[in-house]
Design a protein around this ligand. Sequence first.
Ligand SMILES: [Fe+2]
Ligand SMILES: [Fe+2]
Length: 209
Amino acid sequence: MSKTDHKSKSNGAVKNNNAASSKSNTATGRSKKTAISKAAAGSKAGDSRLQEFFHDEIKDIYWAEKKLIQTLPKMAKAATSEELRTAFNEHLNQTKEHVTRLEQVFELLGHKPQAKKCDAMEGITEEGASIIEETEQGTHTRDAALILAGHKAEHYEIATYGGLAQIAHTLGHQDIAKILETTLQEEIVTDETLTQLAESTVNEEASGE
Ligand SMILES: [Fe+2]
Ligand SMILES: [Fe+2]
């Protein structure tokens, strides 16, 4: 594809997506979503490289979120303190919502939900599993280590959602950007909750073990 071809196709996609955005004030209206999906689906052949990259990265974070749905219950079960167990369980419920939101994003893009293996999250969750194996059950050191593993997962998500929301704005997908930013805020709050737990009790208790 020549540079000129790419540019004209890209502009076409953005124009189409802007038209789709203006039809929707909310991501939750069923009939509006269907209208947007059809509009977006019609622009698939003209997707720009950035649009294709964006779609690919949505598949990646979709896989990562699904992986976390399997991992968070294990982290909650392994936790020593009730507070940390509650934090992981609450974030599990949010994570299920993150998956649902990504399915809305796929629909807005005019694609079926599809997961693509995220090597980064695979590594982060493997490290989390090692932490559980290598620390003693019932200790605060176990919790300090679980919190660190949690921070690593959350920071990966914060980086991903922040970057993807920026690209969504650039592509003219304001409705998608809003969905991604809602999840981003929940990841940030979760990361802060973990920090508070570590600073208020867990690390101090662990240092005495
Ligand atoms: Fe998430
Ligand atoms: Fe998260």
